[in-house]
Design a protein around this ligand. Sequence first.
Ligand SMILES: O=C(O)CCC(=O)C(=O)O
Ligand SMILES: [Fe+2]
Length: 343
Amino acid sequence: MSHDQGAIPVLDLSTARQPYGTFSPEFIEQLRHATHDVGFFQITGYGGSPGQADQLLDAVRRFFNLPLEERMKLDNRLSPHFRGYTRMGTEVTQGRADAREQIDYSPERPPVSSYPPDQPYWLLQGPNQWPDEAFPELKPAAMAWAELMSAVGMELLRAIAVTLQQPEDYFDEPFREAPAWMGKLVHYVGGVVKEAGNQGVGSHADYGFVTLLLQDDVGGLEVKPPGTSEWLPVEPLPGALVVNLGEMLEVATEGYLAATIHRVQAPPPGVDRYSVPFFWSPRLDSVIQPVPLAPELKAAARGITDDPGNPLLASFGLNMLKGRMRAHPDVTERHYPDLLKRS
Ligand SMILES: O=C(O)CCC(=O)C(=O)O
Ligand SMILES: [Fe+2]
């Protein structure tokens, strides 16, 4: 059963499969509508331990309440892998500061010391930065969330493969062994970052396959469904995750599935908003091949976004690196001035 919120579908992931294991045709039809026609939706019934989501949001809130001096020990400018703490108002989207601070984290893997010049994305691999002394509970909570979200991301992608009339394991291969997911712990403020104005985070699409977003009850997230020009607010729904489609699905399907354009309005002055987006993403060296679409799906494909300011790349690693460099020009300038010239 779905309980849609106005135009925004709400799907119960616990009903996705039938008792004997295959996806339920009813769920697949709801998902096809949600992904192709609307472009984003919310899911409930995604599992996790009781209270896990609320406890994580609470931990995120407590981290951002630590003295700035403690947060700065994780300064992302110290990380050549774009990991750690981004100070308030220093991330850039659409050329403008965002009214948020955040921790970015990904799988803990050893840094790659040398790589071919055409594979610069290996620089994204490496260790995270955590407040081990000031707040030791944050890392296990964030990593447990990433483990849960990886399972949810894989399950959703299997269902999406079925909506595309493919076998359910169609997208499994690029995620094998070393998926390059990324999690963010985010704090938005109102009235603090003057240059940001009302931009919590500017209009963008995410660069992976699917994004699973946990948000508190403040609101401010808005999306633009494919082929429309109006922003729709995504009201917080307790117990649900918001799902966005990323650029890799647009590339793979020639736009039958469009990457969801979204933004966040900064909260009113004095109000704080917390969220935890999780980007379910494949290996850095994966190159996404076109899905062999049946004629009726091909006929409904809208083509790939042709934005000279944001060319979509079939190489996931290059697509992610492009996004990371653009969002964090200070990290890029400090560690990769040559790459900056090349791009
Ligand atoms: O915080 C949110 O609601 C969305 C954040 C987002 O879109 C992002 O970080 O990519
Ligand atoms: Fe996003």
